[in-house]
Design a protein around this ligand. Structure first.
Ligand code: SF4
Ligand code: SF4
Ligand code: SF4
Length: 201
């Protein structure tokens, strides 16, 4: 009887820990490597073997930490530290033994997320010349372009503002890695994709 009580207590504690982990990681969206087909699919298939992490020549993929809750140990990319370089042969995808990462034949098949610009912090939107994100983008003039406009009430100075094309941005995060704004973070971030792939024509 005493043994059963101990088992019940341990089971209860395990549930509590699991609950705490879920709560801890509940709202955190992770930027997943190329070939992820959405959170549910990745969580169902990933066995946390780390092979995608070892295969990445840029060490862009890391295991999610304790603060990721139930996602701990699954692969993610911190774009500000080291963005995905969109390798042509996607070694991370090829290394995955469970197809948690899959279906990438060309770079444009990748959809890790979408870049979002904080216009209140972006230098270009404040009429300074920057455009680092634009020039660094591997899909320049497709995923990101520059829109030119005259400043309001100013006949001399113009604004050259980067604009994201959500359809073509693959979410690699190179723009985030290189953004020179660093007042507690970059002026551009990646909104990670959580659902399944967008429909393709
Ligand atoms: S595509 Fe290349 S750089 Fe990007 S995560 Fe995979 S292996 Fe790393
Ligand atoms: S290689 Fe596949 S199964 Fe292994 S950690 Fe990466 S995504 Fe998960
Ligand atoms: S995340 Fe940034 S660098 Fe990558 S494709 Fe999108 S706009 Fe270009």
């Amino acid at each position: 009887m005493r043994g059963r009580t101990i088992v019940a207590v341990l089971a209860g504690a395990a549930c509590a820990v699991q609950g705490a982990l879920v709560a801890l990681g509940g709202d955190r969206k992770l930027l997943r490597p190329p070939g992820s087909q959405g959170e549910r699919d990745l969580m169902a298939r990933c066995v946390r073997c780390g092979k995608c992490m070892l295969a990445c020549p840029y060490t862009a993929i890391a295991p999610a930490g304790f603060d990721a809750g139930i996602s701990q140990g699954t692969p993610f990319i911190d774009a500000r530290t080291q963005a995905c370089r969109l390798c042509e042969n996607t070694p991370c995808v090829k290394a995955c033994p469970t197809d948690a990462l899959r279906d990438i034949d060309r770079i444009t098949d990748i959809h890790m997320g979408t870049a979002v610009i904080d216009e209140s912090r972006c230098l270009s939107y404040r009429s300074l010349r920057c455009e680092v994100c634009y020039r660094t983008c591997p899909l320049i003039d497709s995923a990101i372009s520059i829109e030119y406009s005259m400043r309001e009430g100013d006949a001399i100075h113009a604004t050259f503002a980067p604009v994201i094309n959500e359809e073509n941005c693959v979410g690699c995060g190179l723009c985030v890695e290189r953004c020179p704004v660093d007042d507690g973070g970059s002026a551009i971030v990646i909104e990670p994709r959580t659902g399944r792939l967008r429909a393709t024509s």
